[in-house]
Design a protein around this ligand. Structure first.
Ligand SMILES: Cc1ncc(COP(=O)(O)O)c(C=O)c1O
Length: 309
């Protein structure tokens, strides 16, 4: 295959124009769906168009049809921004067009993933032998974490959920703060644990799970159980008191799942020592309403990581 290098140059020009103007343009899109459809849609073309014209048309529509969330005046959802080098690497990835399902299909993709996972473990001070996987976002992170919980709890109860499914399986009790993110409920639904069966624990005015109510919910409980906590609440940034929740979950014999997506603003550097752990908080998510909370929660995460029993 030959690649028309006019395309590459054009894409870089358009990308630079877009990013250079991101701080000045309106944050919201200034083209409606109908206007975008009128520009880009119409009936199926009988033949192919000039590739450069296609890129030009997309770039022109994108200038006004996108939301400028990398810009300095975007205060909407908690979406992260991409570094220039990551954007450029992404273009390389598109050119490589790998099927990265296993090592033999793409040694490059598999190795880069292994390296990134190793660095993350170093950064977080996690045991080297732990395995790590990258998911598409917090929805799939919740799903994956809760799938691991379902597997482990049922295995402990003598049930092979992958082989035998959930019909006849010992019931799993899922205990969730009432202000848990909706993706937790979606994950529970997708895993056959049913959003309606969930035990919802009352939250305080900041959306934190109330520890006294959790204590009451777990008291006397037996059988497989998952406690879902979060750091932090999508509306307030407030973090559940993991340091108090973790011992309650442990006493109940429950799996503790932490939806820590908002902790994404907190970064850890190894070897510098923080609260006696080989890690240090070097920046904090500015969504937090209470730094003490985040401190206590982050410390508890480290403790939980270091002692996953
Ligand atoms: C606490 C929490 N969990 C999960 C999610 C879902 O994240 P994603 O959009 O990456 O699936 C969000 C998104 O804001 C969140 O705040």
């Amino acid at each position: 295959m030959t690649f028309d290098d006019r395309l590459g140059r054009r894409v870089v020009e358009h990308a630079c124009t877009y990013l250079d103007g991101i701080g000045e343009r309106p944050v919201r899109a200034t083209l409606s769906g109908d206007e975008l459809r009128a520009r880009l849609g119409g009936s199926l073309p009988a033949g192919g168009d000039d590739p450069v014209e296609i890129i030009d048309a997309l770039a022109a529509a994108g200038l006004r049809g996108t939301v400028a969330w990398q810009g300095p005046r975007y205060f909407g959802f908690v979406t992260g921004g991409s570094l220039p080098v990551a954007t450029a690497a992404d273009w390389l990835v598109a050119a490589w067009d790998q099927n990265a399902q296993m090592f033999a299909m793409s040694p490059m993709a598999a190795t880069v993933e292994q390296i990134a996972a190793g660095w993350l473990k170093e950064l977080l001070g996690l045991p080297e032998h732990w395995s790590a996987g990258f998911v598409t976002g917090a929805q799939m992170a919740n799903f994956t974490g809760l799938a691991a919980a379902r597997h482990r709890l049922l295995e402990q109860a003598g049930w092979d959920v992958e082989r035998d499914g959930l019909f006849g399986a010992p019931p799993i009790e899922a205990i969730v703060g009432e202000e848990a993110h909706r993706t937790v409920f979606t994950a529970l639904r997708m895993l056959g644990l049913g959003a309606g069966r969930v035990v919802r624990v009352e939250a305080d005015g900041q959306g934190r799970m109330r520890v006294d109510r959790l204590e009451a919910a777990v008291r006397g409980g037996t059988g497989p159980c998952i406690v879902c906590a979060q750091i932090g609440n999508v509306n307030t940034g407030a973090a559940d008191a993991i340091a108090d929740i973790a011992p309650l979950a442990r006493r109940r014999g429950a799996w503790l799942h932490i939806d820590a997506v908002q902790e994404g603003g907190t970064c850890w550097a190894g070897g510098t020592g923080w609260h006696g752990q080989a890690a240090r908080r070097i920046s904090i998510c500015n969504w937090s309403t209470n730094n003490d909370d985040i401190d206590r929660s982050a410390e508890a995460i480290l403790t939980v990581c270091a002692d996953p029993t």
